[in-house]
Write a protein that binds this ligand. Sequence first.
Ligand code: FAD
Ligand code: NDP
Length: 447
Amino acid sequence: MKQFDYFVIGGGSGGVRSARIAATHGAKVGLAEKAALGGTCVNVGCVPKKLFTYAAGYGEALSEMAGYGWEVSGATFNWSTLLKNKSEEITRLNSVYKKILNTSGVTVFDGAARFIDGNILEINGEKIRAETILIATGGRPRRPHIEGAEHCLMSDDIFSITKFPQRILIQGGGYIGVEFSHIFHALGAEVTLVTRSETLLRGFDSDIIMSLYAAYTRQGLDVRLSCDLISVQKDEKGHYLVQLSDGSTLTYDLVLSAIGRMPHSDELSLERAGVTTGPDGRILVDGETWQTSAANIYAVGDVSNAHNLTPYAIAEGHILADRLFGTGPARDVRLDLVPTAVFSGPPIGTVGLSEEKARADGYEVQIFKTSFRPLRHTLSGASHQTMMKLVVCARSQRVLGCHMLGEDTPEILQGVVIAMNMGATKADFDRTIGIHPTAAEELVTLK
Ligand code: FAD
Ligand code: NDP
């Protein structure tokens, strides 16, 4: 039986990083991946989604060029070209991941791993023994329980549909619903976005939510709040008849359901290893030790945390490998200040407490915000607005939250997070010289 010091189940964001770092510390490391290396982020998440978002951006730019003197006629969009080029880039990234693991000395197994006991795993019928095991198996889309649910595509499927849909219905007003509504709308589809709650992006700052809703409806997206799918039927022409809870029945070429993700923990035979899960299948870990109910088994990433973001899974996997096999101090990452971006149109960058959460937590807050038409759109004719907001603690003057919607705001946000990590106050922002003419300079002149 092959023996390893450290065996990682899952070759996604958290697993690959943890395996590589453990191997560079001198551990004998194995890793099993049942699908493609790189996991959700590389294959059916962040990367292909961002490539689609760029494609959408070119479409928008075409309609905005005329005001700047560019006359473009006859431009057409070819979905097959985008799909082919995207797939080639993903294949390239898969091989980069393979190379990274090989050169670090990690032994990679192509197949699904499951527990035989707390130290023994089975992969493709082969038994493997490991002292310490990391579960980094991520998550998968949650399927809706409605009549005709089998007709709904999940986000995993949307990256390989061969025909571009002219009419698409998207269920779910979270990250994926909001991002793909923008992508398909900007690429030329008629989009209906339905969400069961009274708001998009529940839990985000209310000014972000209102700005996003205003932007989407201004652009002509059909956004239906407090509305859900009742049933989906396929007709003889291959179209989908969707019955909605607002009483309407509409016809679409494609239905995408994006109602959250569930942890990928049910195929691991966890009970044989004594690893316990919560009612939602999430593997329970002991805070930032990432230790499960079995002393030699750990879990990081989407299978165990609630953040479901690539940089967070990577940080967890890295710190854990340092602690288990390193000799010096572990990588120092602050895990309680987690920035996030939604690649909507325009995109959102947000970090820290929303105004509502800050008040609920008992802070007396001062709010500084602005909303303006970016210089670029004075000539483009587009109706885009940028919104920026700082939530500041009235007593300490520390910036508790920064929330932005507008072009480039995810790029602008990263620097703001460094400042907040250092405990920046509103006065620190105010004594910073702006960069002109940019949208970002508004952050240092907020009144
Ligand atoms: P994963 O990356 O999901 O990797 C888990 C791996 O384990 C998978 O490859 C799976 O095949 C494998 N596996 C599962 N079971 C087994 C088994 N039994 N044996 C062997 N292998 C197994 N995050 C961002 O930060 N920014 C974004 O812009 C962003 N966009 C996203 C867009 C979409 C559409 C989706 C779905 C997600 C997006 N995310 C984004 C979230 C991000 O992809 C995840 O948070 C991240 O990939 C989690 O990493 P992980 O290591 O926990 O799991
Ligand atoms: P989200 O949790 O973001 O949103 C789920 C949406 O579906 C919400 O509107 C929710 O409504 C609704 N919903 C939940 N359950 C049901 C149900 N049973 N029936 C109808 N509607 C329902 O999930 P996503 O699928 O959009 O994305 C999954 C995760 O992937 C994200 O949470 C995020 O962590 C990650 N991700 C990150 C991205 C990024 O960083 N840019 C991009 C894409 C994904 P309600 O508000 O009422 O709960």
